[in-house]
Design a protein around this ligand. Structure first.
Ligand SMILES: Cc1ncc(COP(=O)(O)O)c(C=O)c1O
Length: 397
């Protein structure tokens, strides 16, 4: 075999999202792009805000000498300071430049973070359903993913998390707003989780990290306020990026922030910077670091995602789908009307609708809709969703 067995197995396990996306591309070639309703990939459809274009133009028109050279691995001081300022304002906590490391998207950040904290065989608890890449990132760093089911409404199941924590546990990785469910973990659940981690850290005599993937942090609806995990647990590390809030997914710019109350902050940051260097990222993209520094309070118009959520959610409910109302991100995760989520997804494909089976996220019997698409794609797909729901309703009678 020419390639590693581990990678070979992972390839066989190929992501359902990618598989459906590729099937979608083939369908588009066959039927024409406008006749296929593709909800397979979470790729932000909104254009970056005007302020970003202006800043980019100013950078191109008035280049800073040396702006394309190597820099310190953790990133430009100016950018890290701007992010620390933003975090300070958001949380009221004493964030400084030294608490922030610039990364190659949230994905790069997760790999660095895990590399920095995991020893061979260490476990990371992940509430399920989950973002499927987590498994590979954890395994990249020698760790093991330990899945823990969430409740019926996809909220955290503290009792199950407590049962899963053991000698091998190093961290819990939560993602809120969540991909694939769109669910937001509320204040109470974060407080409870922090309490549990404190108790278990004491019992086990070691630090357990609360790692929070907040790639969708700014995409929240219904005017809810997202809890700030830093307030509740000192060993919190946030991973995020500007892929979604500034619609810069292709530009690969994100960051890690360690709580100012974490005693091992200096050691942790050194370990992350080492990982950034030796995993070959070296540093986050230079131009993007300059670009996002002054734009920390800018974002795309989240109300557009909220309108899409409303349109889609209300229609699905009226067709009889059982779906938890998401309060963030740009995903819906309805229950499939039949047990076999793959068969159901195939049924939708006959209507040229592409979604991803729940088994791709550790939760068979459901399916994921990524709705960061033009409204006309949503509107075009609704009759198909209705017809398939009706078909199964009729068959059940
Ligand atoms: C939950 C979650 N985490 C991380 C990422 C990766 O984000 P980035 O593009 O910033 O690497 C994604 C991308 O879709 C995601 O859904």
């Amino acid at each position: 075999m020419a390639i590693s067995r581990k990678v070979k197995n992972s390839l066989n396990d190929a992501s359902w999202v990618r598989r459906m996306f590729e099937e979608g591309e083939a369908m588009k070639r066959l039927y024409g792009e406008e006749n296929v309703f593709d909800f397979s990939l979470g790729n932000p459809n909104l254009e970056p805000p005007e302020s970003l274009k202006k800043t980019l133009k100013a950078l191109a028109d008035r280049p800073i000498p040396g702006m394309h050279r190597y820099m310190q691995n953790s990133g430009y001081s100016e950018t890290r300071k701007a992010i620390a300022e933003y975090l300070k304002e958001e949380s009221g906590l004493p964030f400084e430049e030294k608490h922030v490391v610039m990364t190659v998207g949230a994905a790069g950040g997760l790999n660095i973070l895990l590399k920095a904290i995991l020893d061979e065989g260490d476990q990371v608890i992940v509430p399920s359903p989950y973002f499927v890449e987590f498994k590979f990132y954890i395994e990249n760093c020698g760790g093991q993913m330990r899945l823990v089911d969430t409740r019926e409404d996809f909220s955290l199941n503290q009792a199950e998390i407590e049962k899963a924590i053991g000698d091998k546990t190093k961290a819990i990785l939560i993602n809120s707003p969540n991909n694939p469910t769109g669910v937001v973990y509320n204040q109470e659940s974060i407080e409870k989780l922090a309490g549990l981690l404190k108790k278990k850290s004491r019992e086990l005599g070691k630090t357990l990290y609360l790692t929070t993937d907040e790639a969708y942090r700014r995409i929240v609806f219904d005017q809810i306020r997202l809890p700030i995990a830093f307030h509740h647990y000192p060993h919190t590390i946030r991973v995020t990026s500007h892929s979604k809030d500034l619609s810069l997914a292709g530009e690969r710019i994100g960051y890690l922030a360690v709580s100012p109350f974490c005693e091992e902050v200096d050691e942790l940051i050194s370990a992350m910077v080492f990982a950034l260097r030796t995993l070959g990222f070296v540093n986050a993209p230079a131009l993007m670091q300059r670009l996002v520094a002054p734009l920390q309070k800018n974002s795309v118009n989240m109300r557009e995602y909220e309108e899409k959520r409303n349109l889609f959610y209300n229609a699905l409910v009226s067709f009889g789908y059982n779906v938890v109302k998401p309060q963030g991100a740009f995903y819906l995760f309805p229950k499939a009307p039949i047990e076999d989520d793959l068969a159901f997804v195939k049924e939708l494909q006959l209507k040229r609708i592409l979604t991803v089976p729940g088994r791709g996220f550790g939760k068979a019997g459901y399916f994921r809709i990524a709705y960061a698409v033009d409204n006309k794609v949503i509107e075009g797909a609704l009759p198909g969703f209705r017809e398939v729901a009706e078909k199964y309703r009729t068959e059940k009678r």
